[in-house]
Design a protein around this ligand. Structure first.
Ligand code: PGA
Length: 258
């Protein structure tokens, strides 16, 4: 059985005080839960204080929301893998839809970032997902497959096992509109099938595929009950320790009963 993995993406939220409070609140909320991997991705500027507050071997692993693909050097405003590993950051999100669609990142850039992360020993969370018009014109599988193939270009099966895929339909992010569990399962199964073609059935079977897009305590059980949904990437509901903690408890109980 795959171990569920629930991560909060804090996006451009919190401040120096509330970031530490939120992280320590989550640590308290997940105390005693061992059957779920848990992470939070604060803004870059609060990574250090959050890691100092929770400890680098805490059950709450810490991730960054982005990375640059080059090593250190003349890249104004960017953050390298080395800087993140120096702080004991464990995960890094690549290809989030806001970076694809607001900042304009390409699949090629996202692939380079994912390689830089993995090469440095960070664990990437590679996000993919279709826009509303792509879903409405029947292009979901085509768009998502293309993003998965391009995002994972150049990785071996052993490397791919360290990468989490997050399927986040863009129309469900921050809108309150969650994909139904049937919609999520359909795309997750398609991604796993694609991973089996790209690598092999065993690799595909072990890879973690998270769902993201208005995930909250109320829909956690239904989403996490889907055969190919192995975790959640949580935006809004991850900004409150009690709601995020609740999602982890629900998942823990569900998996304990399987
Ligand atoms: P949301 O964001 O949960 O607020 O929809 C999810 C995400 O963008 O990762």
């Amino acid at each position: 059985m795959r171990k569920p993995f629930i991560a909060a993406n804090w996006k451009m939220n919190t401040n120096s005080k509330s970031a530490v409070e939120l992280a320590t609140g989550v640590v308290k909320a997940v105390d005693g839960i061992d059957n779920v991997d848990v992470a939070a991705c604060p803004p870059f500027v609060y990574l250090q204080s959050v890691i100092e507050a929770v400890g680098s071997d805490s059950k709450l692993a810490i991730g960054a929301q982005d990375i640059f693909y080059e090593g250190n050097g003349a890249f104004t405003g960017e953050i390298s893998a080395e800087m993140l590993t120096d702080l004991k950051v464990k995960y890094v999100i690549t290809g989030h839809s806001e970076r694809r669609h607001v900042i304009g990142e390409s699949d090629e850039l996202i692939n380079k970032k994912t390689h830089a992360a993995l090469d440095a020993g960070l664990l990437p969370i590679l996000c993919v997902g279709e826009l509303l018009e792509e879903r409405e014109s029947g292009k979901t599988n085509e768009v998502v497959s293309d993003q998965v193939k391009k995002g994972l270009a150049g990785f071996t099966a052993d490397q791919a096992l360290k990468i989490t895929i997050a399927y986040e339909p863009v129309w469900a992010i921050g809108t309150g509109k969650t994909a139904t569990s049937a919609q999520a399962q359909e795309v997750h199964a398609m991604i796993r099938e694609l991973l089996a073609q790209m690598y092999d059935a065993q690799t595909a079977d072990q890879m973690i595929i998270q769902y993201g897009g208005s995930a909250k305590p109320e829909n956690t059980k239904e989403l996490m009950s889907c055969a190919d949904v192995d975790g959640l990437l949580v935006g809004g509901a991850g900004l409150k320790a009690d709601s995020f903690g609740e999602m982890i408890k629900i998942t823990s109980e569900l998996y304990a009963s399987l």
